[in-house]
Design a protein around this ligand. Sequence first.
Ligand code: PRP
Length: 216
Amino acid sequence: MKEFLNVALPKGRLGERVYTMFAQAGFPCEELLDPKRKLIFENPEAGVRYFWVKPSDVPVYVERGAADVGVAGKDILLEYEPDIYELLDLNVGKCRMCVAARSGFRDDPDKTLRVATEFPHITRAYYSARSRDIDIIRLHGSIEIAPILDMTDVIVDIVETGTTLRENDLMPIETIVPISARLIANKVSFKFKHEAIQTLSEGLRAQVAAKEAEKK
Ligand code: PRP
């Protein structure tokens, strides 16, 4: 019997989209899209076992070797710097990490800048490269409220369509880094399950390239 390739997928819309790419790359598992609450699915014929995990936990499963490969946003990889291999930019789940503020905001360089974010590591690195003194307020969601209540001057968060910012009277003022979903691999699995991981990443690479070619 084939050895299973263990795959951690981010639960949600991005994960479902990425799964269709994995299926096309030779690792189908139809049961996966079943709307029940099961979290682990396997297809012994294709030699694949999938599990749905919280998006920010994907690198934890991969780093620890519970998953051989997984899909994680570049934001999560930059924030936690897991010890994994980043194999491929899947060119989906595209958004950007931004600094946003209320309209009319003027930065006063003489004052410590108060920043609300779910990404303290990325935020610290960004401002420290600019020698800007900041006070980070770590939140776990609804970041947009912080400057509205004047708890902070700005936020550092993910912007996709810009709707959340607009609806809360905020605007992006700087882009820190573009974000997209990445295929990541456990370092030991990359050696010992090389063939399966290679087949998968080549299959995915071909799809990414085909989509890019379509756009031109
Ligand atoms: C992210 C981010 C913003 C929103 C931006 O939240 O924190 O709130 O998406 O998207 P938009 O520019 O298209 O409006 P997400 O939905 O990932 O959930 P979270 O708040 O739990 O991080």
